[in-house]
Design a binder for this molecule. Structure first.
Ligand code: NAD
Length: 208
């Protein structure tokens, strides 16, 4: 905590990222809340989360931000589109749902309790999988012509890295699909650098 306090006050430091998960004896919530919101380049502080929720300028979580930049870069129609996000964590699913909503999409946010997942995913013009379960999204669950974003990262016993989407089969029905590795991951890193730059230029709500 004293280290964070020093970094918060240090004018030569623009961004602070605490690598999660933390050891069990350290309360993640307390640590995240100890970061100055203006230096919170992960966008996890409740001040930034609240600002995102209410559509105010803020530092946004890097992974969902990377997904949005990718969609916008490829001129994906978002206004009026059906967007389905599978996975509702604070770091990916929830903020992404908020960003898609603010871009004009009609958003369905699914979690582990969701019934009839396939019925929801098949509605999606934009389908995002962010669960951490290999093969969760099969070709039958995808509407032909959908844009499919795979956030999941899973290491198989063979050592192979895969996402949550059955890439080979889904690629045959989707209009566009992101690979794992090499899709959302590098975008996350790029957004971290973008957030750091924004924090340095004080685009964030407050620097302390
Ligand atoms: P998490 O464990 O915090 O959340 C998982 C979410 O999935 C929860 O909301 C849970 O309710 C939901 N879920 C679980 N089983 C489900 C099911 N069968 N159907 C629907 N929803 C279900 O995970 P997280 O931190 O959000 O990460 C999700 C995945 O994304 C992981 O594989 C993680 O490694 C990956 N990830 C990738 C990046 C990246 O940069 N590419 C960044 C963050 C996380």
């Amino acid at each position: 905590m004293s280290k964070l306090s020093r970094l918060n006050k240090d004018r030569t430091v623009d961004g602070i990222l605490v690598q999660l998960p933390l050891p069990k004896h350290i309360a993640e919530k307390t640590i995240i809340q100890a970061i100055a919101p203006g230096k919170d380049v992960d966008g996890f502080h409740p001040v930034n989360a609240g600002a995102l929720f209410t559509g105010q300028p803020c530092l946004k979580p890097c992974t969902p931000l990377g997904v949005m930049v990718m969609l916008e870069h490829h001129n994906t129609a978002l206004r009026g589109a059906e967007a389905v996000v599978v996975g509702a964590s604070n770091i990916v699913g929830k903020p992404l749902a908020m960003m898609l909503l603010q871009a004009g999409a009609t958003v369905t946010l699914c979690n582990s309790k969701t019934q009839n997942l396939e019925e929801k995913t098949r509605r999606a013009d934009i389908l995002v999988a962010a669960v951490g379960r290999p093969g969760l999204i099969s070709a039958e669950m995808v509407k032909p012509g959908a844009v499919v974003i795979d956030v999941g990262i899973n290491r198989l016993e063979s050592g192979q890295l895969v996402g949550d989407v059955d890439f080979d089969r889904v690629a045959r029905v989707a209009k566009a699909i992101t690979p794992v590795p090499g899709g959302v991951g590098p975008m996350t890193i790029a957004m971290l650098l973008q957030n750091t730059l924004d924090a340095a230029e004080s685009l964030a709500p407050s620097s302390t």
